[in-house]
Design a protein around this ligand. Structure first.
Ligand SMILES: [Zn+2]
Length: 467
């Protein structure tokens, strides 16, 4: 392994130069020509080391599938070693607002030990750590397991064509034993991080158009209904001030955290004071009788992410607005599915019509829309992979990882999961302040390098294990 590490250290600059080329391609998801360029760049790069390579054309951006055969000739058990799938995405978010970038988003620059560029953390830099690890191991015939890599070109827009591509390429996924993904930032504690899942999400919009026009609130006050007040009435039937969702069936068949998950949550040692200090809050939202750390990972939430009607401050007018709109998001935990939550929500509104003729008329003027969400993913902590992964991360970072049973936020990995149905792990190599999706996105060189070493350790340690 020393030889492999030395090789990486001796060629660090070349690897960085290559990453910079990759980062210079502005592969914003909707910018088809540039995403295509990035896919060709990856193809050229992969061709020199892979055993199999396929560019899967879709009606959007291509999905790239790569595969490396095990080539550690001295390993007797090579045929029994697991097959790993690494998922990464080579499309990026658009960089606006441009005037807030210190250096241009697609001209990577190193300042204060950090690489600044759009996509360096999310996700080109992170996926590149794995590519470097594979290339270095291959060079010394030290890859003791079959590695597959899926490069998604549309992650930032919800991977609309991935499902179809995966159905078509099901053979590629048929022998996977476990999956890992390095994306997003590490835990806010700045410790290396091993995540076992993420909550899902579904968002809903209710638009209530109650009249033709905004009207004088004196001339028509008491006649024209006020859509903001009406929407508030609807909202009060959906969530109470304890943060509890009142939609019938919302909590049915909810996931109960297993022993491993409960223990890991406990070990995070997140105190109320920590949250109060970092958020500047003096009281807590959500379900008051549930421990805080459970509220943020093991429980579903309901949130109003925005509410608009009429005008305020310098634009204020004494009118009855003609419409109001509210947007909600629900974070989902294992066993909950976006489609099921949508149905329950629609059913809830239908039920409200029974309350009175006025309610019926009001709900009839509500237009409900949902954004395609994604379901949660979760891998139990008590599988044998856990200790191998934790050990490899410790070797790479020189520090034990924190174990996060479920990320509070959501990742579009369920699509992939449902085709593989194997353990999935999220091992982010971006430091907590990487600023993904924001101006001045960056990746610390130290984290990048530790990511490469961690990936080498992951592949080495998994490769020497038979299944
Ligand atoms: Zn992203």
């Amino acid at each position: 392994m020393l030889k492999v590490l030395d090789y990486f250290n001796d060629h660090k600059q070349t690897f960085l130069d290559d990453l910079f080329h990759f980062l210079r391609i502005p592969s914003i998801s909707n910018n088809k020509a540039d995403v295509e360029k990035a896919s060709l760049w990856l193809k050229r790069r992969l061709e020199t080391s892979v055993s199999h390579l396929k560019i899967v054309k879709t009606s959007g951006n291509p999905v790239i599938l790569a595969e490396w055969e095990p080539i550690a000739s001295n390993e007797k058990n090579i045929t029994k070693s697991p097959t790993v799938l690494i998922y990464g995405h080579y499309d990026v978010q658009s960089p606006e607002p441009l005037d807030q970038w210190i250096s241009p988003p697609f001209e990577p620059e190193i300042r204060d030990g950090r690489i600044f560029a759009r996509g360096v953390g999310d996700n080109k830099g992170q996926l590149f750590t794995h590519l470097i690890a594979i290339e270095c191991l291959t060079k010394f015939s030290a890859l003791g397991l079959r590695v597959k890599f899926l490069f998604d070109g549309e992650e930032e827009i919800g991977s609309p064509n991935l499902d179809k591509a995966l159905i078509q390429e099901k053979d590629f996924l048929s022998d996977i034993d476990l999956v890992f993904v390095s994306d997003g930032p590490a835990d806010p504690s700045w410790k290396p991080t091993l995540c076992f899942g993420a909550r899902g999400i579904v968002t809903a919009q209710i638009y209530l158009n109650s009249a033709n026009n905004d009207v004088h609130s004196g001339n028509f006050g008491g006649i024209q209904p006020n859509p903001a007040i009406d929407l508030m009435s609807v909202l009060q039937t959906i969530v109470n001030d304890n943060g509890t969702c009142l939609i019938k069936g919302f909590y049915n068949d909810l996931f109960t955290p297993d022993e491993g998950a409960l223990k890991a949550a406990e070990e995070l040692k997140r105190t109320p004071e920590m949250y109060q200090k970092s958020l500047g809050i003096s009281y807590f939202g959500g379900e008051q009788d549930i421990p805080l750390v459970h509220r943020v990972m093991f429980r579903p939430t309901i949130n109003i992410r925005g509410f608009q009607s009429g005008n305020v401050r310098e634009h204020a007018k004494t009118i009855i607005p003609k419409d109001a709109v509210v947007e909600l998001d629900f974070r989902l935990v294992p066993n909950q599915k976006p489609a099921q939550i949508q149905d329950l929500f629609l059913n809830h509104l239908e039920q409200l019509k029974q309350k009175s003729d006025r309610w019926k008329a009001m709900i009839n003027r509500c237009d409900m829309t949902f954004e395609a969400g994604f379901a949660p993913i979760y891998t139990p902590l008590n599988l044998p992979w856990t200790e191998i992964l934790a050990q490899s991360i410790t070797e790479g970072f020189g520090e034990e990882p924190v174990r996060i049973p479920l990320l509070g936020g959501s990742l579009p990995l369920y699509n992939l999961y449902q085709h593989i149905k194997k353990p999935m792990y999220i091992i982010p190599f971006g430091q907590p302040d990487q600023g993904n999706h924001a101006p001045n996105e960056n990746l610390m060189l130290e984290w990048f390098e530790k990511g490469v070493v961690t990936s080498m350790m992951l592949l080495k340690n998994l490769g020497s294990r038979s299944i």
